[in-house]
Ligand binder design. Structure first.
Ligand code: PLP
Length: 391
């Protein structure tokens, strides 16, 4: 059976062009970038070339890029590093209720260390209210962290506006750019960011590599102590193949992102129109237009998301749900809850995230498969109210 992968927000395949440039750094060019000999120098040059490529994609300077092990570490570094450095100035942090656990759990850990965190609510469409942000700011606020786009519902936040407010109030501003970097334009200067998290495996690079952009002049504490790599901010022998792969992935994204975003948005809209017009009691979660070109998040009444997921899996389709067991918890995701879905409406969510490998044939096939699966599940659904005949 042919398989169709539509779960690109979870991870992307490593692009063949990326794999090609990585391989020699496992076999021939295996030097430690700290070594002075030619092996070491080759590794160092490769790292600096990759740093340039990552920086170019987000309009930063190479010296503002620090390689990490991925999005989770970048988020931890940005939040803990800022909090620890500026705790004498203040202990208040503002974030949103719909962040990834890499941010939320870090905030929880910081709370245990005496920091106070405000979680901004979001509106029905998943966007934060700017006025709520303004009124959350206090004299002791040292950091605002709001994700660029949400991993589940694809909603894109008004980062530029938040950046302006943060700058006015002289508060550091970090954004989790894991879902946007390489997918839509990310310009750290235009967005007014002090820090941005990036993950390799979400942009057709390898897993286990990421980066943190840190604006020149912003000083934060390191969270990993050791040999002083990456300007002392992130110790540990550099993952040279991973870094080279991330650089190439950023390069590729730089080349094809605009066209690809347009192609995916057209596929997304076609699939959305088909599903919403052919399935009763279905809707789109998240903002209708301020969303990633690759993201669809449907709600289907009287359906269990995980049953739908398994049925689609049996047809060779890989998707995702924010409902119940698939997210390893019995409750709906905190994101669906935060946009105000009633518990019964958050049961049947289906996330489709498109990517480079998907064609129009794929989305048409997936549309039909969703329709067929929803109809089948509804026939046997215990959630559906039974119509009682009064005659
Ligand atoms: N932030 C967001 C918004 C994500 O979607 C993810 C991954 O799902 C992460 C952070 C974590 O990134 P990584 O898997 O590279 O640790």
């Amino acid at each position: 059976m042919e398989r169709i992968y539509m779960d690109h927000a979870a991870t992307t395949p490593t692009a063949p062009e990326v794999l090609d440039v990585m391989l020699p750094y496992f076999s021939d060019n295996y030097g430690n970038a700290s070594s002075l000999h030619s092996f070491g120098r080759e590794a160092r040059e490769a790292i600096e070339d990759a740093r340039f490529k990552v920086a170019r994609l987000i309009n930063a300077e190479p010296s503002e890029i620090y390689f990490t092990s991925g999005g989770t570490e970048s988020d931890n570094l940005a939040l803990k590093g800022t909090a620890w450095r500026y705790k004498s100035r203040g202990r208040h942090i503002i974030t949103s209720a719909i962040e990834h656990p890499a941010i939320l759990e870090t905030c929880r850990a910081l709370t245990k260390q005496g920091f106070d965190v405000t979680y901004l609510p979001v509106m029905k469409d998943g966007i934060i209210e700017i006025e709520a942000l303004r009124s959350a700011i206090r004299k002791d606020t040292i950091l605002i962290s709001v994700m660029h786009a949400n991993n589940e519902i694809g909603t894109i936040q008004p980062i530029e506006e938040i950046g302006r407010i943060a700058a006015e109030k002289d508060i550091y501003f970090h954004s989790d750019g894991v879902q946007t970097t390489g997918k839509i334009p990310v310009d750290v200067k235009a967005l007014g960011l002090d820090a941005l998290s990036i993950s390799g495996h979400k942009l057709y690079g390898p897993k286990g590599i990421g980066a943190l952009y840190l604006r020149k002049g912003v000083k934060i504490e390191s969270i990993i102590q050791g040999g002083g790599h990456e300007g002392g901010l992130r110790s540990g022998t550099e993952n040279v193949p991973g870094i080279v792969g991330l650089g190439r992935a950023c390069d590729l994204a730089h080349e094809i992102m605009a066209k690809e975003a347009e192609r995916l948005a057209a596929l997304r809209d076609r699939l959305k129109t088909f599903v919403l017009s052919s399935i009763e009691e279905s809707w789109l979660n998240g903002h209708p237009t301020k969303r990633l070109p690759s993201n669809l998040n449907f709600g289907f009444r009287y359906i269990e998301g995980e049953s739908l997921l398994l049925l689609l899996d049996s047809k060779g389709i890989a998707a995702s749900t924010g409902s119940a067991c698939s997210s390893k918890k019995l409750a709906p995701s905190h994101i669906l809850t935060a946009i105000g879905l009633k518990p019964e409406d958050s049961h049947g969510s289906l996330r489709i995230t498109l990517g480079r490998g998907n064609s129009r044939e794929d989305t048409d096939y997936v549309g039909e498969a969703i329709l067929e699966s929803v109809e089948r599940l509804r026939k046997v659904s215990a959630l559906r109210p039974v119509k009682v005949s009064t005659v």
